[in-house]
Design a protein around this ligand. Structure first.
Ligand code: NAD
Length: 296
């Protein structure tokens, strides 16, 4: 019989991920502190829980997708939290992007209670979450992953077991740093091109077919030209991921530079009150610095 699955935190990423797990035929219980976030899932057949504890009570596998380390540590490690509340044998999987120290704290506490814990941060954005094409970076016990794999497979085909707890969030921070640097470089180039009088779509088409292209270039038609900065991926969350990258770099004494440049723009966007908008909104900061605004 298909595993019973619980999902806690059904925001921009959690909602489409939970939707795909439900579509794959797993029974599902959901909880979010924001009741509106759960509505479409309830309509699609998920059971609504009144608390995170209620989710754990009814589920063999529990997935969480929460903003950041403090939220995840409180959810799992507080008195009455998931680790304390789960029955032995339950598999708890955190899909959030957090400091590697967070899964390293949770995993031994779960193991003491006979509960399995995996970290499994994801990449591919809201588009990848909707299309079930996410990359999933798992750290933790391989046997627990083997049991939970069909659930993760409903969210994406690229499931990587990268090592012990902490390894998943290390590779996730590396990925997001690289994505953010690519994006900052693309936006600076785009602003310069528009100020030089080039047609915005010409910049996109030429660079896409050339050596400067990366996935970041897709932001040009999707977000920059229509000026659509609805999240997506919030500035505040990308800033958190760059902080994670810097924390790891400092711990390991690795001198890094590009991540600080990318974070410079995230910080400017936060200071401008744009933290809850999509990271593409950084484009408007670069425009302002360049003293221009791209035509629609
Ligand atoms: P979000 O803010 O849209 O969603 C978080 C959800 O968690 C919200 O619905 C919120 O109400 C809920 N929540 C917060 N605290 C809770 C609690 N104690 N109990 C129950 N629900 C709670 O954020 P998101 O964009 O979905 O990101 C979630 C995680 O995934 C973050 O760690 C983020 O960095 C990561 N991530 C995001 C993207 C993206 O493109 N948005 C891509 C990859 C990874």
């Amino acid at each position: 019989m298909a595993l019973s699955v619980g999902f806690i935190g059904v925001g921009n990423m959690g909602n489409p991920m939970a939707g795909n797990v439900l579509k794959a035929g797993f029974s599902m219980t959901v909880f979010d502190v924001n009741p509106k976030a759960m509505e479409n899932l309830i309509q699609a057949g998920a059971k609504k829980a009144a608390s995170a504890q209620e989710v754990v009570d009814g589920s063999e596998v529990v997935l969480t997708s929460l903003p950041a380390s403090p939220d995840v540590e409180a959810m799992y490690l507080d008195r009455g939290g998931l680790v304390e509340h789960a029955k032995p044998g339950t598999i708890l999987i955190d899909l959030s992007s957090v400091l590697p120290s967070t899964p390293r704290k949770i995993e031994p506490r779960a193991r003491e209670r006979g509960v399995h814990f995996l970290e499994a941060p994801v990449s591919g954005g809201v588009t990848g979450a909707r299309a079930a094409t996410l990359a999933i970076m798992v750290g933790g016990d391989a046997a627990a992953l083997a049991t939970a794999r069909p659930v993760l497979r409903a969210m994406g085909p690229n499931i990587f077991h990268v090592g012990p707890a902490g390894a998943g969030n290390t590779v996730k921070a590396i990925n997001n740093m690289m994505a953010c640097v690519n994006s900052a470089a693309m936006m600076e180039g785009f602003v310069l091109g528009v100020k030089a009088g080039l047609d915005p779509m010409t910049i996109y088409e030429v660079v896409k077919a050339s050596s400067g292209g990366s996935k970041a270039i897709e932001r040009i038609p999707r977000a920059l030209i229509p000026r659509d900065f609805e999240p997506g991926f919030k500035v505040a969350l990308m800033n958190k991921d760059l902080e994670t990258f810097h924390t790891i770099a400092k711990e390991l004494h690795v001198p890094v530079t590009f991540s600080a440049l990318a974070q410079h723009y995230q910080q400017a966007a936060l200071a401008a009150g744009l933290g809850e908008q999509d990271t593409s909104v950084v484009f408007t900061i670069i425009e302002r610095l360049a003293g221009m605004q791209a035509p629609r």
